[in-house]
Design a protein around this ligand. Structure first.
Ligand code: SF4
Ligand code: SF4
Length: 151
């Protein structure tokens, strides 16, 4: 059984753009049009917010946490009448999970690709040739701003 982390709610609330976690009154408006909740029986943005409020953070930031099923569609952001915005709570949880090395391997790989190459899609020989034909140089190295953003 997952253990509660006493300061989890405060820790989450301190993350920039984490949403108004404590304003949630559990109305379920965020669940109504959530595509992840419709497709995955164990995903429910209202319960994720409740778990964060109760400090059951261990459950949210563990490896294979349910939070990674969120499609980032922002429907819950539009629906939430309280400004809690589950997507923002979920994103903050993802950042916490990534910080302790608990992000899924494919997410970590995407992060490393963007951090190392400033792109999600590595240029193929055909792309390099096309860039050359258009008078463009090689794909640029990551900008300092991007490196700082990913730290
Ligand atoms: S996060 Fe917003 S929409 Fe979802 S249950 Fe809480 S108050 Fe309602
Ligand atoms: S952003 Fe995530 S939690 Fe919110 S409605 Fe979309 S899939 Fe559901």
């Amino acid at each position: 059984m997952a253990k509660a982390i006493p300061d989890f709610k405060d820790k989450l609330s301190r993350i920039e753009g984490a949403g108004r976690l404590t304003a949630c009154y559990q109305c379920s408006a965020c669940v109504a049009e959530c595509p992840a909740a419709q497709q995955c029986g164990d995903f429910n943005p209202r319960l994720i917010v409740l778990a964060a409020l109760l400090g059951v953070g261990e459950l949210l930031v563990e490896k294979d946490s349910v939070i990674w099923q969120c499609t980032t569609c922002y429907k819950c952001y539009e629906r939430c009448p309280q400004g809690t915005h589950p997507i923002e709570v979920i994103t903050a949880c993802k950042n916490l999970a990534a910080a302790i090395g608990n992000a899924p391997e494919e997410i970590t790989a995407l992060h490393d690709t963007v951090a190392g190459n400033a792109t999600l899609i590595m240029p193929s020989t055909a792309i390099e040739k096309r860039r050359g034909d258009l008078g463009l140089g090689p794909v640029p190295a990551p900008a300092e701003d991007l490196e700082r953003l990913l730290e």
